[in-house]
Write a protein that binds this ligand. Structure first.
Ligand SMILES: [Zn+2]
Length: 323
């Protein structure tokens, strides 16, 4: 595993190849970091492929979100009214009732030309169960409005697609050929993702500019019982679906600015790896880093929850861009 360190999602592939297989520098252990962080000083900021926005990109994205959201209005609870919510000035939007938003899912298993390497239907079902459990609050977080309906699992033999890197022509071809549905339909692609990545996803706001590209990619061995320990309990799928619903990383923006645009996830200077209990990188005297959150980079065994603020953001992002 040492030479094949996995990262949950990917940023730009050039960065990965440069840093990923670099031998860890021998340095004094930092007591504020986990053993994993200390052992992988070059890898710690490269684990996820979903784009981390710059502060100005973030502002532009959030300005657009506010504008589109105002045009669209807020989701209402059955029977009318905008109950709940409450707010922090920006107004946490109403969160529709737990399980009231059913998302159709198409799960695309890619295998090599000889039919090797793909997930089994049992693995697909187990992955979907982990996602369902996470978003229903069954793993210990807040229940969200989302529930997932696996409509179909497709199987495709194509070696080029089986190793398609993020942003490659092969990835676009694969998605263009296989994607089903509109912005409301979740397409998950599972294969031997390269570059040491565990996966990546597109944001809801990206759908309009490239509908075919929309969806979630996961490493086939990150599914429950896969070989990518400690990232083999299916939480890569949960994390990437979080992006697909509009959630940022908990460390987005570091200690300053709007962070991840969610008020109830403590600011975090950098991704957390392993399960560094008590880690507090912004030292603002509040809560320690949100290491148990699905949108951090900790081990699957460590992350188990979304917050009410994340549920609210995902609800309004999804309602604004995907319905
Ligand atoms: Zn991510």
């Amino acid at each position: 595993m040492n030479s094949k360190t996995k990262f949950i999602c990917g940023v730009t592939s050039a960065l990965f190849t440069a840093a990923m297989f670099t031998a860890p520098a021998m340095a004094k252990p930092n007591p504020n970091q986990s053993a994993w962080e200390n052992a992988n000083p070059n890898a710690k900021f490269l684990r996820c492929g979903t784009e981390d926005l710059t502060e100005s990109q973030m502002q532009a994205a959030e300005d657009q979100f506010r504008k589109f959201s105002a045009l669209k209005g807020k989701p209402t609870k059955p029977g009318g009214g905008n109950g709940g919510g409450g707010g922090d000035g920006g107004g946490d939007p109403v969160v529709r009732p737990a399980g009231s938003v059913s998302i159709d899912v198409y799960f695309h298993v890619i295998r090599d030309d000889n039919g090797n390497g793909g997930n089994t239907q049992g693995e697909v079902d187990a992955q979907m169960q982990v996602i369902e459990n996470a978003y229903s609050g069954g793993s210990g977080g807040v229940p969200t409005p989302f529930t997932f309906n696996l409509v179909e699992t497709t199987y495709t033999n194509n070696s080029a697609w089986y190793s398609a890197s993020q942003g490659s022509a092969a990835e676009q071809q694969m998605k263009t050929a296989l994607r089903v549905g509109g912005p409301e339909t979740l397409n998950i692609y599972s294969y031997n993702v390269g570059g040491g990545l565990l996966g990546w996803a597109t944001f809801p706001s990206s759908y309009a500019s490239n509908p075919d590209y929309d969806g979630v990619v996961i490493l086939n061995s990150s599914v429950p019982g896969g070989t990518s320990a400690p990232y083999n309990e299916g939480d890569t799928g949960t994390h990437e679906v979080g992006h697909w619903l509009g959630l940022y990383h908990t460390f987005q923006g570091g200690c300053n600015g709007g962070g991840d645009q969610v008020s109830d996830t403590a600011a975090e200077r950098s991704p957390a790896y392993g399960c560094p209990v008590g880690r507090d990188t912004c030292r603002k005297g509040g809560e320690p880093d949100p290491i148990y959150n699905f949108m951090d980079y900790t081990d699957d065994s460590c992350m188990f929850k979304f917050t009410p603020g994340q549920a609210a953001r995902a609800d309004l992002q999804s309602f604004t861009y995907r319905e």
